[in-house]
Design a protein around this ligand. Sequence first.
Ligand code: FES
Length: 482
Amino acid sequence: MVGAGVAGLVTALCLAQDGRKVLVIDRQGVGEGESLRTTAHLASALDDRYYNLARWHGADGARLAAASHAAAIDWIEHLVADVDGQCGFRRVPGYLYSHDGDTSRLQKELDAATDAGLDVTYLEAGIPDLPKLGPALRFERQARVDMDSYMATLASQCDALGVTFLKADVEQVEGGTAPRATLAGGAVINASAVVVATNVPFHERVAIHTKVAPYRTYVVAGPVRDGALPDALLWDDGDPYHYTRLVESRDGTGTLVVIGGEDHKTGQDDDTTAFVRLQSWARENLPGVESFTHGWSGQIIEPADGLAFIGADPGGEDNVFVVTGDSGNGVTHGTLGGLLLTDLIMGRGNPWADLYDPDRKMVRSPGGWLRENANVALQYRDWVGGGDVDDVEALAPGEGAVLRRGIHRVAAYRTGEGEVRTFSARCPHLGCAVRWSPQEKSWDCPCHGSRFDGQTGAVLNGPASSPLEPMVLPPRMARDDD
Ligand code: FES
């Protein structure tokens, strides 16, 4: 197993329950990737909307999608039932409301979600205690969980069943009759199957990356007045949309509200105001919210047709499996991914296998798929453009920028102490030019979402598996001024 996030740990636990010997390898440790950044809305009310899912996957596919996410929530509920505090798991309703007063989309979703088997009703008077938000759909049997407790429970149950954990970098994965993972330094781990559960696969360069698109999402949290907001999952239907839930504070002194949104494509349209915009939106729309104590961001991998890719590696050999494309429903997609992969590895049939097959074609959702791939192709034009600044002298401490030097683009960063560090701006994945993210202080690739530490160039997010290459800043030439 490569990756110790939700999908990796659920797969490891289920395989261990089936008597398989499992090794989990992660370069950072349990939950240190994207899993602990999610706000853990456990929703079968999927945010790509059932009227789209029915169009892309057929009525049966939409029903299977609803059933599989509901099954993931049930599985989590069962897992945490005997844990002290139940990992903060609560069954709560989910409310979907219009962001602009147009309720026609709600009506459409009501019909489609009902057809898909969800228990959903239309509330003309709106959400109880929040009539200001307008009419809403109420979905039953949604849930929330505290991710750190859920991840710790998964890890301890894996441990109890003899799953081994190894902190290491996996550089290569091979399948066939003798599957194996090669670690940095050359050590080889042989296995009967290898699962790549690393948010996005790092081992294959193209196949899956043409069907997913990376986005950054932002989250703020702060105390909320008791009783001001319902204990529910709230979603508006904007694009990008806002998502809200409550969480008990760790010191037991009150309740926090957690609000997310302001998504943008990774490496594109980055600015420094996402957190401020989220805070303003919260003050304007939600009663009882005044101050904010936390803020973070996360990576979302959007599949072109709304559902994750879980199953045999489409670009590789036998006995290599992938799980990717969380689509903003990472906890349920990761959990159901673990259940599905276990069946596939154990040679059992599973009714969800075709729906989530990574090799499926984008026949019914060609528009979004073509748009995302055209967008990727456009990003390569950076190589013929100018730099962000002409010289490193323009960089203030803590700032980065891309400079043009002849045929090179150079990613330059000035540390707090004034030292300037320079790297090739060429993304090691497929050669797009990285861009500076002033908000995240990182180098972000606008093509497939790899991210690199601003100071060191180390990989923060795949699919790149190696860091930005350090480079000496070449001398300036006349044409660099073009
Ligand atoms: Fe693919 Fe950078 S992530 S080129």
